[in-house]
Design a protein around this ligand. Sequence first.
Ligand SMILES: [Zn+2]
Length: 231
Amino acid sequence: MFWWDPTYILVIIAALISLAASARVNSTYARYARVRSASGMSGAEAARRILQMQGVYDVSVERVAGNLTDHYDPRSKVLRLSDSTFGSSSVAAVGVAAHECGHALQHARGYAPLAIRSALVPVANLGATLSWPLVLIGLLIRSDSGMLFINAGILLFCAVVLFQIVTLPVEFDASRRGLRLLTETGILYPEEASKTKKVLSAAAMTYVASVAASLLQLLRLLLIARSRDRD
Ligand SMILES: [Zn+2]
């Protein structure tokens, strides 16, 4: 039966990679969330200052519930900072706020990878929802049309992988912009910024881990398709 197949080891490896990356970002964040910045500016104040100094006046900064739920919403032009970031003046909190400003600036400046990423969202969502069901249906159909379903599922999963790969330059660039602006605007001293960089690098690694995990899943799909083909 396919759900006992040996390729399941790839799922376990993928899960371990993701787990390690998220454990690392959580511990790095927790460590630098205890280091207060000398300027004493909160995440929200830092975000507002960066946006203002960059001439971005149409993005509002709001508070959102949760832990590390920070994000920039390009549709409503709202930068949402989580409870742990909004009011905190730690080097970790202002780092996350500056990273989200990086996304707002990418949007304002028409940064191409962000536009490509946004365009890929619907097809990636479709792929995430339909790829595995299609493959499973394909495995249940014993006739030749089963292979059609499997291939369609694999193709849709490739869209998910592509989306995650395009996400990498977007995330790295946002952190680069954020870090530079934190020192340029005087929110952080260079020695504080080096601590913030550790937090943002750990966060970036979670996106790299997602790509690795998805590539392992894709490999698994291909192996399953090949063994079905041989039957
Ligand atoms: Zn980001």
